[in-house]
Design a protein around this ligand. Structure first.
Ligand code: PXP
Length: 250
């Protein structure tokens, strides 16, 4: 199965927001990503609106032809916004005000009672729900029990270990992701992955045959400063296809 690539445009919005104006426009980035062959656009409407803003969701929904994956916290405010816009998919993420980025996975085990009605309401509205979780069997089982058809495995710890050249930790995190991906597929979940992925870290994740989609943002937006967004996306795709091909041939 081919591996989809979703482009997270949050950090184009972060750059725009640094000056409080309209530029650079995350919608333009979404259209460029679409043109460069992205399979979807991902955007996180945070409580503090540090990335995209409410009107960006409407503009994205009106303009792009590829699916929008709306990242959202499990709050009443975000539930209402998701139900109003009905994006193709909603990825439920944990959100802490003081964090720089989404630091860990959602607790699908402990949060069952609060998450159950939210997952149900989004699914009833035709929105494909995914839960952003740690690569942990208990979290996958809990996601299934919640009725979410998709999980996204948090690759942040793996990427941090790889970037720190901590080979022992990198291997341990990769083994967890590998086990989680096989378990997820075995119990019938669609498995995605993302967070912190770069040219150097993507291959080991893209190689896992159970993973259907990667969502990548910060690295690609940074790389785009040097090479342009289209070229950065093309190179990421090239590495994903090469890694996937190697595993299929093995
Ligand atoms: N997937 C999810 C659920 C995320 O929250 C994020 C970050 O917003 C990403 C993927 C993309 O991570 P990065 O920007 O580090 O590539």
């Amino acid at each position: 199965m081919s591996l989809r690539l979703g482009i997270n445009i949050d950090h184009v919005a972060t750059l725009r927001n640094a000056r409080g104006g309209a530029l650079p426009d995350p919608l333009r980035a979404a259209l460029l990503a679409q043109e460069a062959g992205a399979d979807g656009i991902t955007a996180h409407l945070r409580e503090d609106r540090r990335h995209i803003r409410d009107d960006d969701i409407a503009r994205l929904m009106e303009t792009i032809d590829i699916p929008l994956n709306f990242e959202m916290a499990a709050t009443d405010e975000m539930r209402a916004i998701a139900l109003e816009h009905r994006p193709h998919a909603a990825c439920i993420v944990p959100e802490k005000r003081e964090e720089r980025t989404t630091e860990g996975g959602l607790d699908a085990v402990g949060g069952h009672n609060a998450l159950r009605p939210l997952v149900g309401a989004l699914e009833d509205a035709g929105i494909r729900v995914s839960l952003f979780i740690e690569p942990d069997k208990r979290q996958l089982d809990a996601a299934l029990a919640l009725g979410a058809p998709v999980v996204e495995l948090h690759t942040g710890a793996y990427c941090d270990a790889a970037m720190a050249f901590d080979e022992t930790a990198r291997r341990a995190h990769l083994a967890r992701i590998e086990e989680a991906a096989s378990h997820g597929a075995a119990i019938g979940l669609e498995v995605h992955a993302g967070h912190g992925l770069s040219f150097d870290t993507v291959a080991d994740i893209a190689r896992l045959p159970q993973i259907m989609e990667l969502n990548i943002g910060h690295f690609l937006i940074g790389e785009a400063v040097f090479t342009g967004l289209g070229a950065a996306i093309a190179e990421m795709r090239r590495r994903m296809v090469a890694a996937r091909g190697e595993s299929a041939a093995a």
